[in-house]
Design a protein around this ligand. Structure first.
Ligand code: NG6
Ligand code: CA
Length: 508
């Protein structure tokens, strides 16, 4: 190896002496790229603003997530674009508001890919700058372009929108197919036991949560009564693929191992890793070593489990000697929900824990708790620790990361907030359009405006106020972060201002 290297070096010197510019330029580019920081997005699923001790939780302790918050910039006004998963994940990767894409809503496991393969994405932009790019964990942005045959390579998918490496779960932990997909191939599939998936009807003779409750170890509360896998009734029907089915209790360890392996294989960098954990989304299935640890039932236990995974992942960065050359962005795809469709004691054992902190609403909601989430940037030795109240959104990461690596790429709705993300500025965005189950609302300065929407004010099954009202709502978040007092009537000028700006952006 050493001989090879010195041979290469002397060859290079000769080439340089000969004035062979292209080779020399190449060498410069290599040197530059080796200085570029690695970038890791750690993305939680349904972790609420109040679910971390660093954000004020007193009933649960998340030391590893807190270490990121305390050693980095902890944003108190950080947003996902949306109050559900698919649209937020669309935005974080594309820098484009999800409401511009009518397909960006909670997808079934059989939905086609909703990112245009010609569209710019964070990993594509980084690939162009010499980055290796990988995703480990939850995808939920659709796969294929119509009828997917799970027994062949499933494409287009993450590998077609910028990831050189992908190891994913297709949709959600509660949706079929309950298998991992590695670079488009179902991991561990036995060709003699092909997989069939349907969201329309069951396969003959297959048990379901609805008809065979005696076969379930977790009971469904609403939805989630189709195919049963590992005792858990899911959304959608699936047949076959027995050997490829994942083990729910091992999922967190499994993804951690893949993420660590990715880091080890790419430590010479630069790399981008999108590590999308599945917790605390339902079904909450902690590994036995975390069962009972939170005293809050499985929802608390899987938060502790995720916290541990993050600690282990950080240790790997440190052991590989790349912690100080790695920017970590930590956040969650939407706000919290306690009962999201299974009887799992989350409600009964919640005690004094408030997953949304002081915020109103939760997952699915246009109120603050739907989209305001833990949001942290951490870069040891480069980012000075501190808190920031700048308004930032996950949609801004594309343009900001482009600025970091010297790319001129921008996302349609993505602002360059690199200074904010590096803790050098407290400015943030002036305004932001928020989305929840295809409805939109607006934030400007310290104000939040929710236009009138028909429909129930509360989704009873999950017990969350989602923001529907016949009247306009206007809140002063500086004085009233819990959105208790609607000022639409008493401050018509402010309301008009926000409505006008909102409608302009929405094109209404
Ligand atoms: C809902 C599911 C919920 C969850 C959600 C997606 C029912 C009744 N509820 O439709 O359990 O899976 O979709 O969550 O099926 S998300 O975080 O991926 O957006
Ligand atoms: Ca989610």
């Amino acid at each position: 190896k050493i001989i090879k290297k010195s041979l290469f070096q002397s060859a290079l010197v000769v080439l340089l002496m000969l004035g062979c510019k292209s080779k020399a330029e190449k060498e410069v580019a290599v040197v530059e790229s080796s200085k570029k920081p690695n970038i890791v997005f750690i993305y939680m699923d349904d972790l609420g603003y109040g679910d971390m001790s660093a954000y004020g939780a007193t009933e649960i302790s998340t030391p590893n997530m807190d270490a990121l918050a305390k050693g980095g910039v902890q944003f108190t006004n950080g947003y996902a674009t949306s109050a559900t998963c698919t649209p937020s994940r669309y935005a974080i990767l594309t820098g484009r508001y999800p409401w511009r894409n009518k397909d960006a809503k909670i997808l079934p496991g059989t939905a086609p890919l909703i990112i245009d393969t010609t569209q710019i994405t964070v990993p594509k932009m980084l690939q162009e700058k010499g980055y290796a790019t990988g995703i480990v964990g939850k995808w939920h942005l659709g796969l294929g372009s119509g009828m997917v045959n799970w027994n062949e390579r499933v494409s287009p998918g993450p590998n077609e929108v910028g990831f050189d490496y992908s190891y994913i779960l297709a949709a959600t932990q509660d949706r079929v197919p309950t298998v991992y997909i590695a670079d488009g191939y179902v991991d561990g599939l036995d060709p003699n036991d092909p997989i069939e998936v349907s969201y329309k009807e069951n396969f003959e003779g297959e048990p379901t949560g609805l008809d065979n409750p005696e076969l379930t170890t977790m009971k469904w509360h609403h939805g989630h009564n189709n195919s049963i896998v590992n005792g858990v009734p899911r959304i959608g029907f699936m047949k076959g693929g027995e050997a490829a089915k994942w083990s729910d209790v091992d999922m967190a360890d499994h993804f951690l191992a893949k993420a660590q392996q990715y880091v080890k294989e790419h430590k010479d960098g630069p790399f981008f890793l999108y590590y999308a954990l599945q917790q605390p989304h339902v079904p909450r299935t902690p590994h036995p070593r975390f069962v009972g640890k939170s005293g809050m039932g499985p929802r608390g236990d899987v938060i502790l489990e995720a916290d541990w995974m993050i600690g282990e992942f950080m240790k790997t960065l440190e052991e590989e000697g790349i912690l100080e050359n790695t920017l970590i962005v930590f956040s969650s795809d939407n706000g919290p929900v306690v009962n999201d469709g299974y009887y799992d004691e989350a409600v009964e054992k919640l005690g004094n824990h408030t997953p949304a902190g002081i915020l109103r609403g939760g997952k699915y909601s246009l109120f603050e708790a739907g989209t305001k989430v833990p949001f942290i940037t951490y870069w040891k030795g480069t980012i000075a620790p501190g808190k920031s109240n700048a308004m930032v959104c996950q949609v801004d990461l594309l343009t900001s990361m482009a600025a970091l690596v010297g790319s001129d790429k921008t996302g349609e709705d993505s602002e360059n907030l690199l200074d904010e993300f590096l803790g050098k500025s407290n400015n943030g965005r002036d305004q932001l359009v928020l989305e929840a189950t295809s409805r939109t609302a607006f934030r400007k300065g310290n104000w939040a405006m929710i236009p009138p929407y028909k429909g129930p004010a509360v989704i009873k099954s999950v017990n969350i106020e989602i923001g529907n009202s016949e009247k306009y709502q206007l809140y002063d978040l500086e004085k009233d972060p819990s959105q208790k007092e609607n000022l639409a009537k008493s401050n018509p000028e402010k309301l008009q201002e926000l409505v006008a700006d909102f409608e302009k952006i929405r094109g209404i």
